[in-house]
Design a protein around this ligand. Structure first.
Ligand SMILES: Cc1cc2nc3c(=O)[nH]c(=O)nc-3n(C[C@H](O)[C@H](O)[C@H](O)COP(=O)(O)O)c2cc1C
Length: 399
């Protein structure tokens, strides 16, 4: 085995946690929590990934409150899901794998069918990007009391997740979600100490990091997913993103995962490859929604051809800026060559689509030097996040 793969498949430490190897399943929303409660498919999925040899799997989108979701078929962190999460942690641990959970809040595009007219809140009053046509058309601006409350929600979610058996937490600072709405100058137009300069726009994210650290303790790993660029005019750009990474590093984060794009303004930047539009059109039954999708689709789902390691240059800049935190590479790893290259530059690798294609990627790659994953980046998996049966790889299980 090459030195790169040898490093990849050897045990490694992330703060106080020992992982059996350096491959982490990326947070990929599973769509397997009907009514906000895990279905058997969610356990099967993560147990399968754990049995497939990966070092740590990540439960996607653990909303820090019920109102921080885009629909009620997403889980939020509260006592009602304790037995489910304890079971998930137990099953993942039995397979020798660690469990992380991605903590997030949708901020200005939060909506769900149980909202009963509640207005989503973000840094500034603006169009509710996710709220058309379901929620209220405008999101409101958070007051100082709302901001303090948000810090408390992340703190409580961190304490809860540790108490049910998670081995790590991943704070979502990217992809246009609530905390990145504060970081991005596109969505943060505040005039107070939470808006304006980057230091001000980072005030809430850094308070959240501090609160989660207080809740989980010094030796518990906290990862953070960040954006390298929003990919929109007036949004976060790479030079500021590097400073975001530096501030989180100084704030005591254990690992950074540099991604990019935003799910409501430029989603293809984070995926690359085939447009999500075809998959979404195939599922949409409402003729008006189909029409709307055809109208906005080409502008929303921009063309970014797929190539392996597409965030490599940005990730190297982050790596060069940070002093303490580990760098977890994400974005376009599906071959052994890419794993090797990533291991020459970075500490860990997160993989999303390739693991949906083959949950036993790690075991297979260790057994077979000619292993091929064959994910073709059709991105139909990503278009299925709202599907009633949840996400799947259609190469394995046609719809
Ligand atoms: C089905 C699916 C769901 C996703 N859901 C999330 C999510 O909940 N949170 C997140 O940060 N990224 C999400 N992503 C993005 C991935 O974490 C990752 O950034 C992206 O797929 C690129 O990595 P890859 O090339 O290894 O797939 C999702 C991706 C897919 C394919």
């Amino acid at each position: 085995m090459s030195a790169g793969l040898d490093k990849c498949f050897s045990p490694a430490r992330l703060n106080g946690l020992e992982l059996r190897n350096r491959v982490i399943k990326a947070a990929t929303f599973e769509g397997m929590c009907p009514g906000g409660v895990p279905s058997e498919r969610l356990y099967d999925h993560h147990r399968g990934v754990a049995e497939g040899g990966i070092g740590m799997t990540t439960l996607a989108y653990c909303a820090v409150e019920a109102d921080g979701r885009v629909k009620s078929d997403m889980m939020h962190m509260h006592e009602g899901v304790r037995p489910h999460l304890e079971r998930l942690a137990r099953e993942v641990h039995e397979a020798g794998c660690a469990l992380s959970g991605q903590m997030g809040h949708c901020g200005n595009f939060s909506q769900n069918d149980k909202f009963q007219g509640k207005r989503p809140l973000g840094p500034s009053r603006m169009l509710n990007m996710g709220g058309i046509p379901v929620g209220l058309p405008f999101a409101g601006a958070m007051t100082h009391a709302d901001i303090d409350r948000m810090v408390g929600l992340f703190r409580d979610a961190g304490a809860f997740m540790k108490s049910v058996g998670f081995d790590a937490v991943e704070i979502h600072f990217g992809h246009g979600y609530g905390l990145s709405q504060f970081i991005s100058p596109k969505t943060n137009k505040r005039k107070d100490e939470y808006g304006g300069s980057l230091v001000n726009r980072m005030r809430l994210p850094l308070r959240v990091l501090e609160a989660v650290r207080e809740a989980v303790g010094d030796d518990f790993p906290i990862l953070g997913k960040i954006g390298l660029t929003d990919g929109v005019k007036g949004g976060l750009q790479i030079d500021e993103a590097i400073e975001v990474a530096g501030l989180l590093d100084e704030g005591g984060i254990d690992a950074l995962i540099p991604s990019g794009g935003t799910s409501s303004m430029n989603p293809m930047l984070l995926f690359r490859g085939d447009s999500l539009m075809d998959g979404l059109l195939a599922q949409e039954k409402n003729p008006l929604m189909r029409l709307a999708l055809r109208a906005v689709g080409p502008r929303l789902f921009r063309d970014y051809p797929y190539h392996e390691l597409y965030f490599q240059d940005g990730a190297k800049r982050v790596r060069d800026r940070i002093k303490r935190a580990k760098l977890v590479y994400i974005g376009g790893v599906s071959t052994l060559e890419s794993l090797e290259t990533a291991m020459q530059e970075f500490d860990f690798v997160q993989m999303g689509r390739a693991i949906w294609k083959d949950p036993a990627f790690v075991n297979h790659a260790q057994e077979n030097p000619y292993y091929k994953n064959n994910c073709n980046h059709c991105n139909i998996c990503a278009s299925l996040i709202g599907h009633p049966d949840g996400v799947r790889c259609v190469l394995n299980q046609p719809i």
